[in-house]
Design a protein around this ligand. Structure first.
Ligand SMILES: Nc1ncnc2c1ncn2[C@@H]1O[C@H](COP(=O)(O)OP(=O)(O)OP(=O)(O)O)[C@@H](O)[C@H]1O
Length: 233
């Protein structure tokens, strides 16, 4: 579903933020991407999304190159950023319908999926209000609902659990499991190692832009906890 081959990204100061990174995320994977602050996680995610360019390597999404065919790639994926910058003057419904329009979803379909996910994330009573009146967690829930509206095959999340309350965290994990049970794939960065250990069938660890471990969670961490493994490396 997502192939990252030899990805290298150099910002203007000539420092390699990501250095020769290769990863393979397959259908059915909940793939956790972990690393210290500044390790290169967001840079990798933004390259995958086509938000910023990269210097070397290839990114292939569902058989399409993000450089050569970005629209084909973007049509099957959804991104939930760590900090939801939504259009504050729109209501939640207007924002989600706007996203549904971008994906050319027929009008009947968003209504079903908006209802399903706004009920699940307890936002139904709030979606008629303007986003500027929402709390941080409500904005995150709105971003999650809008990301799910076109049933993405590939879901990419940057630090998805920061700022979510325990119930929303639980629900998001359920939604992630549902997505992969239908043949989707999930790639997400996190600092919450106990969640990654329980939720992810595969993980990768990045340090100073370089991949230092990747594979099935049990194989990578061995007999120790993921936290103990992370502290060791
Ligand atoms: N726009 C930018 N210009 C220059 N350097 C950048 C830019 N964005 C990130 N960097 C540098 O690239 C490196 C990787 O940053 P990145 O944001 O990818 O890390 P991260 O793993 O997501 O960190 P965190 O866990 O703190 O979010 C860091 O050294 C950072 O200073």
């Amino acid at each position: 579903m997502l192939e990252i081959k030899n990805l290298t990204k150099i910002y203007g100061n000539k420092k390699k933020a990501v250095d020769g990174l290769s990863l393979s995320i397959e259908s059915g994977d909940i793939f956790g991407f972990i690393g210290a602050n500044g390790a290169g996680k967001t840079t990798t995610i933004k390259a995958v999304l086509g938000i910023h360019d990269f210097d070397y390597g290839k990114i292939i999404i569902d058989g399409h190159s993000i450089k050569k065919d970005p629209l084909a790639c973007k049509s099957i994926l959804a991104y939930i950023p760590d900090n939801p910058d939504l259009y504050e003057h729109l209501t939640g419904y207007q924002y989600i319908n706007f996203i549904a329009d971008l994906y050319n979803i027929p009008t009947s379909q968003p209504i079903q999926s908006i209802k399903k996910y706004s009920d699940l994330f307890e936002m139904t009573l709030n979606l008629g209000n303007v986003i500027s009146s929402y709390s941080h967690g409500m904005k995150q829930r709105t971003a999650i609902i809008s990301a799910l509206v076109h049933s993405p095959k590939l879901l990419i999340l940057d630090e998805p659990f920061v700022g979510l309350d325990p119930k929303a965290t639980f629900l998001l994990k359920q939604v992630m499991k549902e997505c992969v049970s239908k043949g989707g794939a999930i790639f997400f960065s996190t600092h919450v190692l106990d969640v990654a250990e329980k939720l992810c069938n595969k993980i990768a660890v990045i340090k100073a832009g370089k991949l230092i471990a990747s594979g099935p969670t049990e194989t990578v961490k061995g007999n120790q906890s993921l936290e103990a493994f992370f502290m060791e490396v």
